[in-house]
Write a protein that binds this ligand. Structure first.
Ligand code: F6R
Length: 251
């Protein structure tokens, strides 16, 4: 694992956007694995600004998102499909039919999960997967205890995750209980992974990740098993890790 220490959220967003832009320039047909949430919003703003100012093209890019709430459709303001269309896809020249988010309204959710795995394979695999990290160390919606062998599956959201995400909903009761998420094995099949962390609320999860223990109790620790992971973290997210311990190779 490689760590890029940055000052703050703005710096993190710029660095991550730069890596994505470089990926797209190097391989215009790249498959990007994307995330939602607060952490990646700044990255999407940077990508949109770069597209407007410098014309980086996403015409041939394909995208697959990590997850989607079960029960929320594209028109629901809190669905991840809605988030992606609004914050990123509408700001770029990417054809919408080349963007993929699991279907939270699928009649057969298990079949939807199987199809999502097949889709990722049919696209040739993910070139660069962008990740945020949950306060409990989740990646995608893979909560603590998820086997590292998991592929795309339906998950019951942890109470802490529903509480953390309630800020986007009218009330906690409105936060769905289930989601579809790429599994940890799905994420690890990506050729390159970039994990972002910003703010004090991520410091404890990041500190555990830096301990180097690899356990399903900390889903993000599966990333120690991947050969090409870059963590971009700001000073607040790194605040619980002494400077001399800021290297994250598995012991
Ligand atoms: C979102 C996702 C989640 C988030 C994580 C951090 O697609 O998969 O794992 O990356 O919950 O969320 P924020 O960035 O809102 O703190």
């Amino acid at each position: 694992m490689k760590l890029i220490e940055v000052a703050d959220y703005t710096d993190m967003s710029r660095q991550a956007a730069r890596m994505i832009i470089e990926q797209v320039k190097e391989k215009p047909t790249a498959v990007l694995g994307l995330a939602t949430g607060s952490t990646v919003l700044g990255v999407y703003r940077e990508l949109a600004a770069d597209h407007r100012q410098h014309g980086t093209s996403y015409r041939l890019v394909r995208t697959v998102n990590l997850d989607e709430y079960v029960g929320l459709g594209p028109d629901h303001p809190n669905s991840y499909r809605h988030y992606m269309n609004h914050h990123l896809f509408a700001q770029l020249d990417i054809p919408l039919h080349e963007t993929h988010v699991p279907d939270g309204l699928a009649a057969d959710l298990d079949e939807e999960c199987r199809c999502y795995e097949q889709l990722i394979d049919a696209l040739g695999g993910i070139d660069l997967q962008l990740l945020g990290i949950g306060r409990n160390g989740h990646i995608g919606f893979n909560e603590p205890g998820t086997p590292f062998s998991s592929t795309t599956h339906v998950v019951e959201l942890a109470a802490s995750t529903r509480e953390a995400n309630a800020r986007f909903f009218p009330s906690l009761d409105d936060v769905p209980h289930y989601a579809i998420t790429m599994g940890i094995a799905t994420i690890l099949r990506s050729r390159r992974i970039v994990l972002l962390a910003s703010g004090e609320e991520k410091a404890a999860a990041l500190a555990r990740l830096f301990e180097g223990i690899v356990s399903p109790e900390l889903p993000a620790s599966a990333l120690h098993l991947h050969p090409d992971v870059t963590i971009i973290a700001d000073q607040k997210a790194l605040s619980l890790i002494p400077k001399e311990q800021r290297q994250v190779d598995v012991p």
